[in-house]
Design a protein around this ligand. Structure first.
Ligand SMILES: Cc1ncc(COP(=O)(O)O)c(C=O)c1O
Length: 371
């Protein structure tokens, strides 16, 4: 039986092959007599799982050797505190500049206020977060410890298709990106990034693991009040095992990384293959929305997200009927976030093109039926 297509923004659909492999290994991992959940994180078996996961992730994202990969806990929102706790003191003023392009970067800026002089350098709020403010106009401060942005706003569907070159803007601060809903959907230009963080529950694996990729020179500057378990230096020195890591989540992430490495699209493989597929999936849905009379996506074309596509019905009284009909066709979790309403289709790596085609077919039928 085919599984339904799951458009959840997160926790989100996982590749079916990964779920099947995890199910097959649930009671006995590789003849060890133990399931992964039952293993000591200090034992050889789990250490090999964790090391392989890190190696595969490094390969997939071409992480340079001077960056550390940390598997942490607490999700994206905990990182909103953990990043300033570790990086605010990079410069004495503890100044932190935020580019706000939607709900998630707005939350990050608010949380950072507790740990220093957090300020909004630019915001898309006037336009209802439907565009990215021009980088030339960002109010970046010379004494800022870092500049933060969310590379894909999961709720508003706004994505940076190119990360800013802060040096070219006259700013020598490192760039911090929240790539929770963008990670592994496309390559990362590490020359422009000092730190990237993301919760796992969209493109990596089950909720519970938080991925942090951080340049080495940014480690070791934690404020004295930073909890030890959240001090990047201690986490890095202990290879993400300062305390018990989310072992099963790391194992599932590792299976996803292996699945990703095996993906092919023409001559492309891994993340490049996923990017090509993600471009095709997003184009299919945006082109349909733009050509329809019923559906509308308000985001400026140059920053429309490939991963999260919010859309409204021009006749909002039809929302419930739309969702019920979708559910009946095996198209799940399309309800938009409560703060923006309408619908949202999340097209993470595990969503095949066929799923998007099934959604478009349904949307067309629904529109015609309504007319
Ligand atoms: C871009 C982004 N940042 C942060 C978060 C918060 O993550 P968590 O719920 O793991 O704390 C989310 C959650 O959806 C998100 O999409």
């Amino acid at each position: 039986m085919n599984r339904p297509y799951n458009f959840s923004a997160g926790p989100a659909a996982m590749p079916e092959a990964v779920l099947r492999q995890a199910a097959a290994e649930m009671l006995d991992w590789h003849g060890s007599g133990m399931g992964v959940m039952e293993m000591s994180h200090r034992g050889k078996a789990f250490i090999s799982i964790c090391e392989q996961a890190e190696a595969d992730l490094r390969e997939l994202l071409a992480v340079p050797p001077n960056f550390r990969v940390l598997f942490m806990q607490g999700g994206g929102l905990a990182e909103n505190a953990i990043v300033p706790l570790n990086l605010a003191a990079l410069k004495p003023a503890r100044a932190m500049d935020f580019v706000v392009t939607g709900s998630w970067s707005q939350k990050s800026a608010k949380e950072a206020e507790k740990y220093g002089d957090a300020r909004v350098a630019a915001t898309g709020s006037d336009g209802g977060f439907t565009s990215i403010p021009d980088a030339q106009g960002w109010q970046l401060r010379a004494n800022a410890s870092y500049v933060h942005l969310c590379s894909n706003e999961t709720i508003h569907g706004v994505e940076f298709h190119q990360l800013p070159d802060l040096a070219a803007l006259g700013c020598d601060a490192p760039l911090v990106i929240d790539f929770s809903s963008q990670v592994l959907s496309r390559p990362v230009d590490w020359s422009r990034v000092g730190l990237a963080f993301g919760g796992a529950q969209k493109n990596i694996g089950p909720a519970g693991v938080t991925l942090v990729v951080v340049r080495e020179d940014l480690i070791g500057h934690a404020l004295p009040v930073c909890p030890s378990a959240f001090d990047y230096r201690l986490v890095a020195e202990n290879h993400s095992m300062y305390n018990t890591p989310p072992t099963y989540g790391i194992y599932m992430a590792g299976l996803t990384f292996q699945w990703l490495k095996a993906q092919r699209e023409g001559d492309l493989s891994g993340v490049a293959a996923m990017e090509a597929r993600n471009i095709a999936k997003a184009r299919l849905l945006y082109d349909f929305i733009d050509g329809s009379q019923l559906y509308v996506n308000p985001v400026a074309p140059d920053c429309r997200s490939r991963m999260n596509i919010p859309f409204l019905l021009r006749d909002e009284s039809r929302n419930d009927a739309f969702l019920a009909g979708a559910q009946a066709r095996g198209l799940l979790q399309l309800k938009g976030h409560k703060s923006v309403g309408g619908m949202r289709a999340s097209l993470y790596n595990a969503m095949p093109l066929e799923g998007v085609q099934a959604l478009v077919d349904y949307m067309r039928d629904f529109e015609q039926h309504q007319a």
